[in-house]
Design a protein around this ligand. Structure first.
Ligand code: ZN
Length: 409
């Protein structure tokens, strides 16, 4: 076992002694609905700010993002970032999603795990450091941001790109428990809109000649089928390319995935549909070249157009996020790795996660970003009866505190 330097031990003991307070604060956060949509954040944002002030953190609120600051102007700047918005609860919960109820050492409620736990961890990490008499060399910036669940606009995107928050390194919540994450998969969304001609489906169905005339319909749903088949064939091909980065324990996919996630089309059962829209989310392992994949799809669509003069199609790629790799040999990464060893009493390697997060905004600004969270496969995030293990909440608080302690000493 690694011998703890005295400060680390003191801080860990402080956090242990604050267990009930940390749990109580997270319960209070869960009791304040903050799902998006609709994104009503004022109450929870003010509540988080008041807690920061109580702890002794200087604060600023911008568009309901809460930004706290502690330390000195000289020295490195470390950012903590967690999001205060949640996915919406939906029917099927057996426990009050806004109750913050504790059952078997777990706290239940929407956002208990994703990602209000990390807001509690950030604030109590600072409290433990201050109560231990820690003198910050440099600045620690503590943020609770909005709109992560809908892409980060006006949230992390806003505070980073408007220069409200600047830093050298960032610990972001919203991640798996027990392992630090230094690698993130890439992603892009691609949408296909096909226009057809609406007709009576029995009288003038969309059939090839000789069973059609100038009054026949053009079936937009039928025309989407070759694209769907192509994408599924492409998925088969992607199966052979596995990522070499170590997977998070509860995330099973080593390969890029093509997800047909949303489809709209048709107006009635007896009409030839004049419109079909297919939304597709493609997740890419870091080894996959996104540009190449896009070209494969766009070339296929071009080929279809050549073969079928009736095909009226529009393709849009509204979002592309390249994979992100953080250097695991930097001083910051080494500190994080040592802290995991202290907290879990064994080496924990850096992992990859597939979902995209607010980490992108920090990474794009050249801020070294490592993800540390509380999520396990069984936590039901974005599902019914979301919960967090209290032990994970306490451990992540320790990891945040000890990282700041070592980075800003
Ligand atoms: Zn989240």
């Amino acid at each position: 076992m690694r011998v703890l330097v005295i400060e680390e031990k003191t801080v860990i003991e402080k956090i242990e002694s604050m267990r009930n307070e940390i749990v109580g604060f997270l319960q209070d956060l869960v009791k304040m609905p903050s799902e998006v949509p609709p994104g009503r954040y004022k109450e929870i944002s003010k509540f988080i700010e008041s807690k920061m002030l109580e702890v002794g953190i200087k604060t600023l609120r911008k568009k309901n993002n809460v930004i706290g600051e502690i330390g000195s102007e000289t020295g490195p700047n470390l950012i903590f970032c967690a999001h205060l918005d949640t996915d919406a609860p939906f029917n099927g919960w057996t426990i009050d999603p806004y109750g913050g109820e504790i059952i078997d050492n777990k706290i239940y409620g929407r956002g208990a795990c994703d990602d209000k736990s990390c807001i509690a961890a950030e604030i109590f990490a600072v409290k433990a450091l201050l109560d231990s008499g820690f003198d910050f060399n440099g600045k620690l910036i503590i943020t609770a941001v909005i709109n992560e669940e809908i892409g980060g606009l006006l949230g992390a995107d806003y505070i980073v790109n408007k220069g409200i928050v600047k830093g050298d390194a960032c610990l972001l919540g919203d991640s798996i428990s027990e392992y630090p994450v230094a690698y993130r998969a890439g992603t892009f969304q691609i949408n296909f809109t096909i226009k057809g001609i609406r007709r009576h489906a029995q009288g003038w169905p969309d059939l090839p000649p000789p069973n059609r005339n100038k009054y026949s319909g053009i079936n937009a749903i039928h025309k989407m089928l070759p694209i769907m088949n192509f994408l599924m064939d492409l998925q088969e091909e992607l199966k052979s390319k596995e990522t070499k980065y170590p997977l998070s324990p509860d995330m099973p996919s080593k390969i890029s995935s093509i997800n047909l996630t949303l489809m709209e089309g048709g107006v009635s059962v007896n009409s030839v549909p004049d419109k079909c829209v297919l939304h597709c989310l493609i997740n890419t392992i870091p080894e996959q070249n996104i540009g190449e994949l896009k070209s494969r799809i766009l070339d296929f669509i071009e080929g279809l157009k050549q073969k079928d003069p009736d095909l009226d199609i529009r393709v849009q790629i509204p979002i592309t996020i390249e994979p992100e790799i953080t250097d695991i040999n930097s001083d910051f990464a080494k500190i994080v790795k040592n802290v995991y060893k202290t907290v879990y009493n064994e080496e924990r390697e850096f992992k990859i996660i597939l979902p995209t997060t607010d980490a992108t905004f920090f990474h794009q600004k050249g801020i070294e970003t490592i993800l540390i969270g509380t999520i396990r496969g069984d936590n039901n995030i974005h599902s019914t009866d979301e919960f967090i293990y209290i032990e994970d909440l306490i451990n992540v608080t320790k990891i945040y505190a000890l990282t700041a302690l070592n980075y800003l000493k």
